[in-house]
Design a protein around this ligand. Structure first.
Ligand SMILES: Nc1ncnc2c1ncn2[C@@H]1O[C@H](COP(=O)(O)OP(=O)(O)OP(=O)(O)O)[C@@H](O)[C@H]1O
Length: 320
């Protein structure tokens, strides 16, 4: 699917939006089923102005369905979607200050250069926003304006997709898996670009199944599992929600087990021939000090998973 847009005249790009009551995006009770099978169930989502918001969930969680509904590419069965306090359905005019984005990857003519591709879009979709040249500059592709898109890497295509959206001067940029298929370094660069936009005047809503990457870049995260929101929180609050499991190897694992079970806040179990412990940072610090005091040397203390992965797995396993 290609870029879609909704917008309104009342709050053009930039100035004045913060004064709007109910500013930003608010989704309430959104439901969508495909042939009777629920893809979204009673979804609530809020993206406040100037924030970068990650929508995270495993495959099939409903992320693309939700973003497609926001971009007007499919109709939900029920619920409401409002932007700056106005129903999205009523905002399908192509004017600055609305929502722009892409579900699935943005597509371009491979035999045209980057600037020509954006010029085609500008002619088709006179959004009155940034010029192709300015949009290319904004995403760091100014030196590639005359390069045919056929020669573009996936990272450059992703940036060009962002540039296409920026030509609509959106207040909210909606991107489905923008880092999907990108090498970690390229993905990090793209997230840094989106972060810059969010630090400017474009709120960003992006989907991903990489909770770590999202948590590192976004201000807020909403976790969607099987069509339902299971958590929506500032990303700072994620740390410590689910302490990770840690593999512990010592000079005397049997004695270490006895020490660990005696400590509050530490869960310990054997997994095959290894000790696996789980606890918050303070509890693990206490374990380390207690092992040292008992004359037990620590040979390995290594997370088996990141805290966010632990959280994600726990939410994914939770009963419906
Ligand atoms: N056009 C469709 N027809 C029927 N079922 C669909 C359609 N699109 C999505 N679904 C189903 O709706 C559910 C949510 O799909 P969706 O693509 O929104 O999830 P997602 O979180 O974006 O997954 P992924 O990360 O794999 O893209 C899935 O069970 C999917 O099979």
């Amino acid at each position: 699917m290609t870029a879609g847009s909704t917008g309104q005249n009342a709050h053009p790009f930039g100035g004045g939006r913060s004064a709007v009551a109910d500013a930003g995006l608010r989704v309430t009770g959104l439901t969508k089923a495909y042939r009777g099978v629920a893809a979204l169930e009673d979804v609530e989502l809020e993206v406040r102005p100037g924030r970068m918001h990650g929508l995270v969930g495993p495959n099939g969680a409903g992320k693309s369905t939700l973003l497609a509904a926001l971009l007007g590419l499919l109709d939900p069965d029920s619920g409401s979607m409002e932007f700056d306090g106005m129903a999205l359905g009523a905002l399908r005019s192509r004017v600055p200050g609305g929502i722009a984005g892409a579900v699935e990857e943005a597509r371009f003519y491979p035999y045209l250069d980057a600037e020509a591709n954006l010029e085609v879009l500008a002619r088709l979709d006179d959004a009155g926003g940034m010029s192709p040249t300015d949009a290319l500059g904004r995403v760091g592709l100014q030196s590639r304006a005359s390069t045919k898109v056929a020669a573009f890497s996936m990272g450059m295509r992703a940036r060009l997709g962002v540039a296409a959206c920026l030509m609509r001067s959106p207040a909210l940029l909606v991107l489905d898996e923008p880092t999907g298929g990108l090498d970690p370094g390229v993905a990090a660069d793209l997230l840094a670009l989106l972060r810059e936009l969010a630090d400017g005047d474009v709120s960003v809503l992006l989907s991903s199944h990489d909770l770590e990457a999202v948590a590192g870049a976004c201000d807020d995260v909403t976790i969607l599992v099987r069509g339902r929101v299971v958590m929506s929180t500032p990303t700072q609050a994620l740390a410590g929600l689910a302490p990770p499991e840690v593999v512990l190897r010592t000079s005397d694992d049997d004695a270490a087990l006895a020490v660990a079970v005696s400590l509050a806040g530490v869960e310990v179990r054997w997994q095959e021939d290894r000790l696996v412990v789980r606890g918050g940072q303070a509890a693990l610090d206490e374990l380390v000090l207690s092992l040292a005091a008992a004359g037990i040397a620590i040979r390995r203390l290594e997370p088996r998973e990141t805290p966010l992965r632990a959280l994600f797995d726990r939410l994914d396993r939770a009963p419906k």
